[in-house]
Design a protein around this ligand. Structure first.
Ligand code: CO
Length: 212
């Protein structure tokens, strides 16, 4: 038990030493500030670390993770991250990254209660209901979960486009693109979904804000 904890501290010393060995100025440079081009909104799942799966380093991706990568417009946590990333950091790309084999998606498809997370997963049940004709027609449960994973990412990309933060940025001609990805746990590969949103693509009129 203690050993499994200690290895993190030992690991950290190794990490810091190796980075300094490769570049003595590494931490000094990082400590000056961050200018990431990307915001990553992904699942909390321990198997989908943003930097590792994109072969990027510290300082390159601003990261928000929650169960099943949901963008809820009343969630202060995710909205604060989006606002800071767009208005202060000036990210160029926002990536919503789901993953096949997502436990959150599977839980949302079922009828078991897990506690507080039920309320969070309810957003995914709503995605299911919106697409229930397509999903119910898929007999294989794994394939159905895979499709719900994709549809969930697509909905979360749309949820971003519905926010005032993003609409304001597009109105101000900031070149922000929103992408939807699904990561394959058993291949290590990312699939780009066909849901890119930028200022040219409109969402439904009812969700649009006016600016002057
Ligand atoms: Co997950």
């Amino acid at each position: 038990m203690r050993d499994s904890y200690e290895r993190l501290i030992i690991g950290n010393k190794k990490f810091a030493m190796e980075k300094r060995f490769d570049d003595p100025e590494y931490f000094k440079k990082l400590s000056l500030g961050q200018t990431p081009d990307y915001l990553w909104i992904g699942c909390s799942d321990s198997r989908v670390p943003a930097n590792e799966v994109t072969n990027t380093s510290s300082g390159e991706i601003f990261v928000h993770r929650n169960i099943a990568n949901v963008v809820v417009h009343t969630d202060l946590n995710v909205m604060s991250v989006v606002e800071y990333a767009v208005n202060v950091l000036g990210v160029k790309h926002i990536i919503v990254c789901g993953h096949y084999g997502c436990g959150g998606i599977r839980a949302a498809m079922g009828h078991k209660s897990f506690g507080i997370v039920d309320k969070w997963l309810r957003h995914i049940k709503d995605v299911y209901f919106k697409h229930h004709k397509e999903l119910d027609a898929i007999a294989d449960l794994d394939k159905r979960a895979d499709r719900l994973t994709e549809l969930n990412v697509i909905e979360q990309v749309r949820n971003l486009a519905k926010t005032k933060i993003i609409q304001r940025a597009w109105f101000d001609k900031k070149p922000i693109e929103i992408h939807g990805w699904v990561y394959g746990l058993n291949s290590g590969l990312i699939t780009e979904l066909n849901v890119e949103h930028d200022a040219k693509e409109d969402i439904e009129d009812i969700y649009r804000y006016e600016f002057d």
